[in-house]
Design a protein around this ligand. Structure first.
Ligand SMILES: C[S@@+](CC[C@H](N)C(=O)[O-])C[C@H]1O[C@@H](n2cnc3c(N)ncnc32)[C@H](O)[C@@H]1O
Ligand SMILES: [Zn+2]
Length: 272
């Protein structure tokens, strides 16, 4: 179900409330609800909006890869993990075309599940397909979400801003961060480069109120065949960093199999 609770005005930070087909704050700033249901809470002309994420081709390639099972195991494991915490409200930041948001919303029908992304193209795609979740165009660096309103926040392969996550989480709420594990996409890298390297692992600067309580890796493998080989390449960071000849050579391969490795960190916000 579409939910417009716990949203705040990106101009003045006041709570938004619904009147007809729009959301208004006390200062009468107004945001229209799109006919499909999402709301754009990134100010037009802002720096964030002009750098707004992945383009349509990248998003469509990503969706085809998702539909062929790329995140199937990750989705299953995330659902088990979320089930073990209070999960009345779940926020998927940088949700992209919405595969993971949609899986969570399907698994937890009575929860308020919301996806947020800077890319309007991504949110339009997510919103059209996943009717049991709610979607907003929103910047993770300045979330248009009310303070202390989220039980579980997740971020899959997308930039995270800990101070913002700390602000929107309830006390006792958790943040689940998914980043590439050491061997993620190694099979693709081996085809593209002579020398391969493991992905570096990041060390985060945490606010005092967040503590890392779990850290583990989910390993899987994925095979792309036919047109999905190019789709897979297109959704990796290597697509833009690698000489064109190497991309074209690999894209012509009938089949590519690769390791997937998801580095999962769970942080809790201290209760009072
Ligand atoms: C690699 S994609 C991951 C999408 C999705 N989480 C998934 O795993 O399929 C990264 C996403 O982060 C979004 N993104 C990047 N910077 C962002 C920001 N500051 N605020 C919100 N979304 C952002 C992009 O638009 C893109 O959809
Ligand atoms: Zn306002």
């Amino acid at each position: 179900m579409r939910n417009y609770d716990n949203l705040i005005c990106p101009r003045c930070g006041c709570r938004l409330s619904r009147q007809g087909g729009s959301l208004y704050c006390f200062g009468k700033h107004c945001y229209d609800i799109a006919s499909s249901g999402y709301v754009n809470l990134v100010l037009s002309g802002s720096k964030a909006q002009t750098n707004s994420g992945d383009n349509k081709d990248m998003m469509q390639a990503r969706r085809r890869v998702m539909d062929s099972g790329y995140y199937a195991k990750l989705g299953d494991e995330l659902i088990k993990l979320i089930e073990s915490y209070l999960h009345d409200s779940v926020l998927d930041i940088g949700c992209g075309e919405g595969y993971i948001t949609g899986r969570i919303a399907k698994a937890f029908e009575s929860s308020d599940v919301r996806g947020s992304d800077l890319s309007k193209i991504a949110i339009t795609m997510a919103d059209k397909r996943y009717k049991n979740a709610s979607f907003i165009v929103g910047n993770s660096a300045s979330l248009p979400i009310a303070e202390g309103s989220v039980d579980v926040a997740i971020a899959v392969f997308t930039p995270t801003y800990f101070a913002e996550l700390d602000r929107v989480l309830k006390r006792g709420g958790v943040f689940i961060k998914i980043a590439p594990g050491a061997n993620h996409l190694m099979g693709v890298k081996e085809l593209l480069y002579e020398d391969t390297y493991e992905n570096a692992q990041t060390v985060e600067m945490l606010p005092d109120s967040l503590t890392l309580i779990k850290h583990f890796t989910i390993e899987d493998s994925y095979t792309a065949e036919g047109g999905l080989v190019l789709d897979l390449l297109q959704m990796t960071p290597y697509y833009y960093k690698t000489p064109k000849e190497a991309i074209e050579r690999v894209a012509k391969m009938p089949k590519v199999t690769t390791e997937l490795a998801f580095d999962i960190k769970v942080y809790v916000k201290h209760g009072a």
